[in-house]
Design a protein around this ligand. Sequence first.
Ligand SMILES: [Zn+2]
Length: 91
Amino acid sequence: MGLIYYLVTVVISVILFLVLRELMCWFFKINERIQLMEEIKSIMRTSDEQEGEDAQDNEKQRLTSCPECGEKIEGTDDDFCGACGNSLKSE
Ligand SMILES: [Zn+2]
């Protein structure tokens, strides 16, 4: 009889542990937090990929002449046109 009593105690303990675990997860909103963090992670990943693509596009579409006066731009890193001072940054 002692063994059955022991087994019943173990089973009840396991069930109690699982129920309390769910209760704690619900009480501290752990499930919600994990879901929110997963959402944030996926949003950040997609925005990172988009930023990378945007940067590549900007590199390709680098201006070679001023859109304001048509003057050819010597330095590709220049932010302003040397002839008219127009900003070359595309914002
Ligand atoms: Zn210019």
